[in-house]
Design a protein around this ligand. Sequence first.
Ligand SMILES: Nc1nc2c(ncn2[C@@H]2O[C@H](COP(=O)(O)OP(=O)(O)OP(=O)(O)O)[C@@H](O)[C@H]2O)c(=O)[nH]1
Length: 437
Amino acid sequence: MSVPVTVLCGELGAGKTTLLSTLLESTDRDVAVLVNDVGDVNVDADLVEARTDLEGGEEVLALENGCICCSLGGELSRSVIRLWQEHDFDHLVVEASGVGEPEPIARQFVRGPAGGPYDLEAVVTVVDARRFHDRFADDGSDRESDTPPATPERRGEDDSGNRPLADLVLAQVEFCDLLVVNKCDLVDAAERERVVTLLETLQPRAEIVTTEYGALDPEDLLGVDRFDLEAATDAAGWKRALEDEGGAEDGTCEEHAHGHADNEHDHDHEDDHTDHDHGHDDEHAHPPERYGIVVDGYHRRRPLHPERFAALLSDLPDELVRAKGLCWIAGRDRQAITMSQAGDETTLEVTGRWIASLSEDQQELYREGQSDLEWDDTWGDRETRLALIGRGLDLEALTQRLDDCLLTDAELDADWSTFENPAPTGMGETVVISGDG
Ligand SMILES: Nc1nc2c(ncn2[C@@H]2O[C@H](COP(=O)(O)OP(=O)(O)OP(=O)(O)O)[C@@H](O)[C@H]2O)c(=O)[nH]1
């Protein structure tokens, strides 16, 4: 019988190790723990080990060489298989590094060799209530104001691990089954409620529990079989906002609708896998209108002027919590560019090619595979389609500002390659644009 696995995520210092220590002290199960820290010293492993009765059956294994989600897919699989061969236990918890993305880790247990001995039960993300509130739920007034770089920062494929922190925090929130809102002793009741409501909007599918010092009933963490890869992949609030806009009528994730033939996960999105048995699915399909939280989509089939768009991205309203989707930027006529905004920073990344930029034969192939794909006679599938999630956000004003970035009729007839253009060009290349502060 396969061993159930829980993947534990959350930003640095959110309270993962505290939660894990409490869990190990209170559970009757024999739990093995795989800890992954970025850096040389496995502080967490030492900590958990020191506080855990290893004689009782728990084993702590530390993965030394970096971040499991970035480069160590193979090593993660090998380590957990070795663990399974050499030890006897009835549950595995993988504590992911605070800067890791949960999705690649989860996939190791679903599609990779570790999927044999193991069965991924849940992805749990720990959120620091205080920090989350101040960063995302506080109308922007208390937002962290790191000195922004004066010019957009260009990053290549190799250092994509330098993704903005706020973006990673939200990626962890958007891909999980259970959200543990920790450090509730550091927020008041109203702040906690604001955090929970915002989390429900950002991730309508997850269960949400609130806690202090990770004091959860072990069965709340280990006892529930919630994980569904497809549902988790499509669960993010921003993806639902795009779907509500009619952007994924075929049930296909927008990110994968355009030229992602080289993406190994493409086929995971072919069916509509909305899972109505899980979490808050139905209740929050339409986000709560409490606390002024608004969700909307922006869809235009006219290219964005690169300079004006970059200027807008460096001056987005503080009330915008999350914006994500595909952009069509003039002068980048082949590149489907994903925009991802969280906190003060926006990442532009080339994540695929517009189908319209492929050869006639290839276009035909792709279009046959996506019969519902909207196709414009002139521009093909090129379009800008964004989800916008905000608190107290003036959607009309932001929509107008986005519209002001679109090429004018005169600019449409101009040579787009002459525009000053900070947008990335190569597949996987990213550009980060910071707010003006
Ligand atoms: N006030 C308060 N402090 C907490 C709570 N939970 C954890 N802490 C403290 O927050 C700090 C970080 O907690 P950890 O459990 O190490 O966080 P982590 O997520 O494992 O951190 P990394 O391993 O760096 O990613 C520690 O000093 C904890 O004692 C809580 O609910 N309230």
